[in-house]
Design a protein around this ligand. Structure first.
Ligand code: AHM
Ligand code: MG
Length: 354
């Protein structure tokens, strides 16, 4: 019989294993070196940004000036939401005085934000998408923030941040915050992928799943099928294959973070291929595709443009877009096989007509 005065087993379990984010970073690095202290402090600041954004999102429908558009268009040519601006500024304000970063580069800013001279300058650059999936905000559906940490290498002499145009392999950490029914922070610093859940009563992110592994294959395919007639024939063939075979199910929320999170835990594939209007797709390499590719690889999955590993892609510019196919190894490879077959057919046809 259950004794109402006694905590339940699962409550004991949570109390016993209460690992906070900063403790986890030190445990991962097995050191209190300057690098470990920096990474722990960086993760703490990112967590603080996540808590501030989560707090505003949770009350956005009740506040004046929290929802809707600002009337501006960003460097990507997209209409800016008030929450995009707020979240972008939150990241700047939590890092400005931190002494941890020298720059912040964001999807919402044409040029990186340089830490002013009267503030301590750090050794890292933070790249981030402050609110990913912002079209979901006004209808109270999940959104996220994505981040990547890079160590400053060389000098940014002319202030164009050309030194940031490096492949995703150069990231030393990456992750996202998912603002869903609960707020979760998922991160990796090169030693596996770990998920934390925000306990609002403590105001702390507490470890909820350690060493997440993406299943080698999963049932989910996640893609905006409204773009079907704008895709390459190879992608269309892949989707036709999904429709004709048992064991697949479609899931698409319009926010990459949420869709990727589901695949991280359950397996499958997320795709945002190039379209006629946007041959490079929609997603940004430095703020979205590369950080999630880093996580996918750490969790035993893959991320590809269709022809190249995402982590190998050298950006030509800060806001470069890239097609993205990410998730379970076998499922990413299956999509690629349709693209390869299409390329083969195209070449064969070209040879015949020569
Ligand atoms: P955003 O960062 O400006 O919100 O854009 C990225 C989002 C992704 O979260 C999502 O996967 C995609 O755009 C959805 O685009 P679409 O509405 O074209 O399907
Ligand atoms: Mg985004």
């Amino acid at each position: 019989m259950v004794d109402a005065d006694q905590p339940l087993d699962h409550e004991f379990a949570l109390d016993r294993d209460c690992t906070t984010l900063s403790r986890h970073v030190f445990q991962q690095l097995q050191s209190f070196s300057a690098d470990a202290q920096d990474l722990s402090a960086l993760m703490n600041r990112i967590a603080l940004a996540g808590k501030l954004i989560a707090r505003r999102l949770s009350r956005a429908g009740l506040m004046a000036g929290a929802l809707g558009f600002t009337g501006e268009v960003n460097v990507q040519g997209e209409s800016v939401k008030k929450m995009d601006v707020y979240a972008n500024e939150v990241f700047i304000s939590v890092f400005k005085q931190s002494g941890l970063v020298c720059r912040l580069a964001s999807e919402e800013m044409e040029n990186p934000y340089y830490i002013p001279e009267n503030c301590p300058i750090g050794r890292y650059t933070l790249l981030y998408d402050p609110i990913d999936g912002s079209s979901n905000i006004d209808t109270n559906i999940n959104v996220g923030s994505i981040f990547a940490i890079r160590q400053q290498e060389g000098e940014d002499l002319d202030g164009t941040a050309a030194d940031l145009l490096q492949a995703g392999h150069k990231q030393i950490g990456a992750g996202y915050i998912l603002y869903g029914p609960s707020t979760m922070l998922v991160y990796s610093i090169g030693r596996g992928v770990h998920a934390f859940t925000l306990d609002p009563s403590l105001g702390e992110f507490i470890l909820s799943t350690e060493n997440i592994q993406i299943p080698a294959h999963g049932p989910i395919y996640s893609v905006n099928e409204g773009n079907f007639w704008q895709w390459d024939e190879g992608i269309r063939d892949y989707i036709r294959y999904m429709h004709r075979h048992e064991g697949y199910t479609a899931r698409y929320s319009g926010a990459l973070v949420g869709d990727f999170h589901r695949i991280l835990f359950q397996g499958g594939v997320f795709l945002y291929p190039g379209t006629v209007k946007k041959p490079e797709g929609k997603l940004r390499l430095l703020y979205e595709s590369a950080p999630l590719a880093y996580l996918a690889k750490q969790a035993g999955g893959r991320a590809s443009t269709g022809t190249e590993e995402i982590l190998d892609v050298l950006p030509g510019k800060l806001h470069q877009r890239t097609p993205l196919i990410i998730g379970s190894k076998e499922d990413v490879t299956l999509v690629e096989s349709f693209l390869k077959e299409q390329a083969r057919v195209r070449e064969e046809t070209a040879n015949v007509s020569r």
